[in-house]
Design a protein around this ligand. Structure first.
Ligand code: ADP
Ligand code: MG
Length: 655
């Protein structure tokens, strides 16, 4: 007899991206005591010895050595199993989905491992057991310990419980009261699945209860397990004939308003059962159960077989999508996510070491080996609670609305107030301006106004015009530009003669004029004129405060209508002024302007002896050329406006 060692999987260490596999050997029952062992556990290995018979070669012994993440022998207690399961349960607290399966032949100890003997007895034999006793039971199973651990580690988390059984490929809610006729529930896939996302599978109308403490949780567990379909089998007195899935949903509130929701599935699979041909007759119902259980477990194996295959790519290096027959059974459809999706999976494979069940044990070990190769893609399931998110958004919208409306109303009110203030100021200025104009007009009508009155009026005009009519400072009144823009009105002699003829009360010809001009351009339209009779011995004179026209101090021309309008209308700017200059710049060969001509002539005609010394005017302007009398020695000539046209600057100085 030869023995051969075969390895189902390469010896490897715990790989977090793959499903974890724990193999647990059940101690032999009294009925198996007289039979030998076929399996031996050794650290992480299971060595299974099988007897094969080849034609013509006789019987041969074959040893199969399998290596898993962890192997527990027959002496191992429930505490050691929990030692393996606890790190996986911890993942659920970290926000991952977690699934713990038990798989094995009927009677190999799956339910024992998951629930423990106390809970099993309460369901199978109808013993009344309190949740307190179950919680304190030394042999309590993984499910009870998990519940204890969750309430201990995350007391602030919300825990929801649902319990379902798949019996003959139909899904039933185990939390329904026993007197209520249970009806099968539909397993559905979330239609709003996006490409690249895992399919979300759920059971329609499945009741999910929130459990506040361990006692409550254990009560639901006991009640649910009491509803599981049981039957006496060839292997044990009472065996569950349905796959039981207990789901604990953990909802944890994170500090940054996110919700961490993870699902912890604890699955007690129904054991596969061999049809014993020479055994006692089984009922059709039992046969149906056996067939459906074996079928669903076979499909589970097929899914895992496909999933454990290495990834294949096409010639372009693209990953080929493999067909996994999840939909072939309700079990695989419901556990789709736990098999190869977003979950950390621990498979606890229970085996019997008796030689009676060596084929079943070999089958279980093969299954465990397949599971070990399945790659998992677990991710943290953090979401924002939709209701809370909606509330947050609504609060933000309200805040923004109030901010916008408050700001808008504040602005409008502020602006309205400003506008009304400005209107009032404008009205006040307009009124003052009107009054001043009227006063000026009256003064103009007076034939010989008093000098002081004239002074006052001129000062008043100056003051009024120096006050900006608009509250904002006029950018045009640049100090630098004052020299350029100072304007004074000069009438030509012809004009003067035609307009002022007969102004002298005695009917004599008027021959001199004086003028004042405000230094600011805005006031330059206020000019004071004084005419004197040029007849010797006649003291006839005429004075006039004129809001007249402009005269450019640089180009020596009257302002054109456009420029005048711009200046008077205050729609001017520097550009306008320079445009005016350019417009009025006399060409090199053009005749001099009337004023320039008059000045030149005045220079030539200055020594006219008989001219009367003109009365000094209020800031008298220079005497016009043709008729200006020469000042007598010792008497000063009438002064001109300091920056009047007498001191032309720049290139436009007339020849
Ligand atoms: P399964 O659920 O796989 O069909 P059970 O959990 O019902 O099997 O176990 C069958 C029998 O084996 C039960 O009577 C149980 O008490 C016993 N048993 C299973 N595992 C152990 C164990 N580790 N130690 C002691 N007894 C066990
Ligand atoms: Mg069982």
């Amino acid at each position: 007899m030869k023995s051969r060692r075969a390895s189902l999987s390469p010896a490897g260490s715990f790989a977090p991206s793959f499903a974890n596999v724990l193999v647990r050997a059940r101690p032999p029952l009294p009925s198996e005591a007289s039979y030998g062992h076929c399996a031996r556990t050794d650290g992480k290995k299971v060595v299974l010895t099988t007897e094969t018979e080849a034609p013509g070669r006789g019987k041969r012994l074959k040893a199969v050595e399998c290596q898993y993440d962890k192997v527990l022998g027959i002496q191992a207690g429930q505490e050691e199993v929990w030692g393996i399961a606890m790190p996986v349960v911890n993942k659920a607290l970290d926000g991952y989905n977690v699934t713990i399966f038990t798989y094995g032949m009927t009677g190999s100890g799956k339910t024992y491992t998951m629930l423990g003997p106390a809970l099993m007895d309460s369901a199978f034999e109808g013993q009344v057991t309190s949740s307190d006793l179950i919680a304190k039971d030394e042999h309590r199973g993984v499910v009870v310990r998990t519940m204890q651990y969750l309430f201990q580690q995350a007391p602030e988390a919300q825990i929801f419980l649902s319990y379902v059984q798949i019996y003959q490929e139909r899904c039933y809610d185990l939390l329904q009261p026993p007197n209520v006729p249970s009806k099968p529930l539909k397993v559905r896939e979330d239609p709003q699945k996006k490409p690249g996302q895992n399919v979300n599978v759920f059971v329609e109308d499945l009741s999910e209860v929130r459990v506040g403490n361990l006692e409550e949780c254990l009560e639901y567990l006991m009640a649910g397990f009491g509803n599981v379909a049981l039957r006496s089998t060839h292997y044990n007195e009472q065996s569950s004939r349905a796959h039981c899935i207990l789901t604990l949903t953990l909802r944890q509130q994170l500090p940054d308003q996110r919700i961490r929701e993870s699902k912890l599935r604890l699955v007690d699979l129904a054991g596969n059962e061999r049809w014993v041909i020479h055994g006692p007759q089984i009922s059709p119902q039992h046969a149906r159960e056996l067939a459906t259980i074996n079928k669903s477990l076979h499909i589970l194996g097929s899914c895992l077989q496909t999933l454990s295959q290495p990834v294949t790519t096409n010639r372009r290096g693209q990953e080929l999508v493999k067909h996994v027959p999840y939909r072939d059974s309700t079990l695989t459809q419901l556990l789709r996510d736990s098999l190869a999706g977003n979950s950390y999976t621990l498979m606890i494979c229970t085996i019997c070491c008796s030689i009676l069940y060596q084929m079943q044990t070999l089958s279980t070990l093969r299954f465990a080996d397949r599971v070990k190769r399945v790659k998992m893609r677990a991710t943290i399931c953090d979401t924002v609670d939709p209701a809370e998110q909606q509330q947050q958004i609504q609060a933000e919208v309200e805040y923004l609305r109030s901010a916008v409306s408050g700001a808008a109303s504040g602005n409008v009110q502020e602006l309205k107030q400003k506008v009304s203030e400005l209107r009032k100021a404008c009205l006040g200025l307009e009124g003052e301006n009107r009054v001043l104009r009227e006063q000026i007009a009256e003064l103009e009508k007076q034939p010989v106004p008093m000098k002081s009155t004239m002074k006052k009026a001129a000062a008043r005009v100056r003051r009024a015009n120096s006050e900006p009519s608009l509250p904002t400072p006029d950018p045009w009144f640049d100090h630098e530009d004052l020299g350029d823009l100072q304007a004074i009105y000069y009438r030509s002699h012809d004009d003067l003669g035609s307009r002022m003829a007969g102004s002298c009360p005695k009917g004599h010809r008027l021959d001199s004029l004086g003028s004042i001009a405000h230094p600011l351009p805005a006031a330059a339209n206020a000019a004071y004129f004084e005419w004197h009779c040029d007849r010797p011995g006649c003291r006839g004179s005429s004075r006039q405060l004129d809001l007249g026209r402009f005269h450019c101090s640089l180009c020596q021309h009257d302002l054109c209508q456009v420029c005048y309008d711009q200046l008077v209308g205050k729609s001017y700017s520097k550009v306008d002024v320079h445009a005016h200059r350019a417009r009025r710049k006399p060409p090199a060969n053009s005749p001099p302007s009337p004023v320039a001509r008059a000045r030149v002539e005045g220079v030539e005609r200055r020594p006219e002896p008989e001219r009367r010394q003109p009365r000094p005017a209020f800031r008298a302007a220079p005497a016009p050329a043709r008729s200006a009398p020469a000042p007598p020695p010792g008497k000063s000539a009438p002064s001109r406006t300091p920056r009047g046209p007498e001191e032309p600057k720049g290139p436009e100085k007339p020849p």
